[in-house]
Design a protein around this ligand. Structure first.
Ligand code: ADP
Ligand code: MG
Length: 365
């Protein structure tokens, strides 16, 4: 995958590293070539364990990148599963099966708003974005994909053609025109797994960030909460910090990353509403806090696609079905909306957040 430094990551770095003084005996590990088209940052690592931490990051993220990368060939990963669509099943890693099963669950759970089997449609947008970004660089607008082409592709996005054989450890896409794209969940999953490995190897108090997917491990030594930045969708700074004590994951989906400007001056971004096949436009960003980073990643993408009201209902259902866990969210919207959630105006936008985050958001006002 292509490499780029995301502003989100830098914001997180700013909050954890500069605004709060890091103890001298700890430092950060920055990994710019560990895949996932992003920079991986691990903060609050004891200085004498720097090399070990870096090796773990490299190991874990490169391994998962090979499994979930759809643009470069890797044996037994999603790339090969897509290439073999309509031909034959592909033997794959248990982790790929795990993520696919979770993605399928979220497809049902979100009534199709989160659809990792929408590769056919997402590929069209990926191509339009690449061409659009190149055109924008020359001062020209990018093009919007043709609706007929999008609708034709949308006929090949059902999970009925994705055959997951857990016992054999294989995946077969029976429709040759269908494909998988796990971009909405894979980074969170990898971040969660890398954090788990760090914990197993004795790293007890650190924060891992992979392009808007942040995992906190343990409590800060001074008892103060971790501070995770919520990026300003209209700029490069942060609008707020989530102040979180203890372990958990904070994941943001926003419209300000991976986007290009179209002929009408509108920004076209990378989170696509499966109902319209167009970039979702209910909000500017959604940040989800929960225990598991893969859940937080899938939920943030799903909430970004849904209206705030449908998103609130989804979280309500999620809480009922996961009574031992928690889920909280913050939305940033251009317009006001009808909800009983907590709210404030910030940076020309309207923020709304769930009860569990009340008192845990610092709005930098
Ligand atoms: P980011 O990749 O910036 O962290 P997200 O986690 O929200 O953001 O994932 C966006 C990615 O998910 C897109 O680049 C694409 O690969 C995929 N995607 C886009 N729309 C959907 C959708 N409706 N359901 C599932 N995956 C999606
Ligand atoms: Mg996501």
């Amino acid at each position: 995958m292509k490499k780029s430094v995301t502003a989100t990551l830098l914001c997180t770095a700013l909050l954890c590293g500069c605004m709060k003084k890091t103890p001298v005996s700890t430092q950060s590990v920055l990994c710019a070539d560990c895949g996932f088209d992003t920079v991986i940052l691990l903060q609050n690592i004891p200085s004498d364990q720097y090399a070990q931490a870096e090796e773990i990051l490299r190991d874990e993220f490169l391994r998962y990148d090979a499994m979930f990368d759809i643009y470069n060939e890797h044996d037994g990963g999603i790339y090969q599963i897509n290439a073999m669509a309509g031909k034959e099943p592909v033997k794959t890693a248990t982790e790929v099966i795990d993520v696919l099963l979770k993605a399928k669950e979220y497809y049902t759970y979100t009534d199709g708003a989160f659809n990792a089997a929408m590769g056919s449609v997402l590929q069209i947008w990926h191509n339009a974005r690449e061409a659009g970004l190149a055109a924008n660089k020359e001062g020209k607008p990018g093009e919007i994909p043709d609706d007929t082409v999008l609708q034709e592709a949308a006929a090949h996005t059902g999970w009925d053609s994705i055959q997951i054989d857990e016992e054999a450890g294989t995946v077969f896409i029976s429709d040759p025109d269908a494909s998988l794209d796990l971009g909405g969940i894979a980074k969170g999953y990898a971040a969660g797994k890398a954090a788990q490995r760090l914990a197993e190897e004795g790293f007890e108090q650190c924060v891992l960030s992979a392009g808007g997917n942040v995992v906190m491990l343990g409590e800060k030594e001074n008892g103060k909460p971790w501070r995770i930045g919520i990026q300003d969708p209209n700029g490069s700074g942060v609008l707020a910090a989530v102040e979180w004590t203890g372990s958990g994951a904070v994941v943001t989906s926003g419209d300000y990353e991976r986007c290009y400007t179209g002929p009408d001056g509108t920004r076209y971004h990378h989170i696509i509403d499966p109902q319209t096949c167009m970039p979702a436009d209910h909000c500017r960003s959604v940040t989800v806090c929960t225990e598991d980073a893969a859940d937080a990643d899938a939920l943030s993408t799903a909430l970004f696609v849904l209206s705030v009201q449908d998103g609130e209902a989804l979280l309500e259902k999620w809480r009922e079905d996961h009574p031992d866990s928690f889920v909280e969210a913050v939305w940033l919207l251009e317009e006001e909306t009808d909800t009983k959630m907590h709210t404030t105006g910030i940076g020309g936008l309207h923020a709304y957040w769930t009860d569990g985050l009340e008192g845990k958001l610092d709005w930098n006002k």
